[in-house]
Design a protein around this ligand. Sequence first.
Ligand code: BDR
Ligand code: CA
Length: 306
Amino acid sequence: THRILLDCDPGLDDALAILLAVGDPALELVGITTVGGNVSLANTTRNALQLREYLGIDEVPVAAGAAEPLVRAPETAAHVHGAEGLGDLVLPAARLAASEAHAVEVIIETLRAEPGAIHLVATGPLTTIALALRKEPRIAEWAASFTIMGGSFTRGNASPAAEFNIYVDPEAAAEVFAAGWTVTMVGLDLTLQALVTPEVEARMLTLGPIGGELVVPLATYYRNRSGDAFQGQAVHDVCAVAYLARPELFVSRPARVEVETRGEFTSGMTVVDFSSDRPNAIVPVELDVEGFWDYAHEAWGRVAPT
Ligand code: BDR
Ligand code: CA
């Protein structure tokens, strides 16, 4: 079993990643921390709280982290995820509040309590993780592993060069990649291999209530607003959690990753050197797409909403 602390900005695909972690019996979600990204911190935190209760995992702490990037003005992706962050999904208001502790404290204390036991996964901008590292650099030793959805080696989505999570806070990402741990970087080149095609959607609808109520609305909201030429919505963040559970579905290569923070046209680009003799990252490059959807389908199918 892998125990996961998830730092996220739900977010359509962040929500699907939470669902995957809840559904897979080999994964245990030990905490959710939120960051401002796709939408404001207030919205990502509210979405995490509502999902927690909808999924009946009240025991999993939810703690709010950084509202804004380290030095830059915030930029959101509400044009992808909807103004509220979960498309047009409306979940019941949450009864329970977020933890009083800040996400930075929760990350440090959760990892400190059991060094080598907790896998840290980040699927939003890396601001909160960078702040936690500044306060307690040893979290880089204590985390059993560290996996992000972010970056790429051939393209961007927020700009031609940069992927959204890195683009939003490149200074934070640069600090995180330099922290001395190995970062598993599940980037766009990987995540764009798994698109929600009409076939994938049809299969999602066979999941029962969870399929029609949650999975399909989250997995198709953006596609439904895009043109006919659009190949299918990606589920980026799901790939990062899936990597932990099923690394054998991925072909991965060691690399040195540097984050561009000053480029006029390339700010937030991840510069990936696969031939470096000083690797600081593992970069999944190829996905067994069929195996991935089989796995996700099985995990999502086990989620029983309350
Ligand atoms: C990433 O950006 C966000 O919009 C998604 O949630 C994902 O984490 C993809 O570039
Ligand atoms: Ca995200």
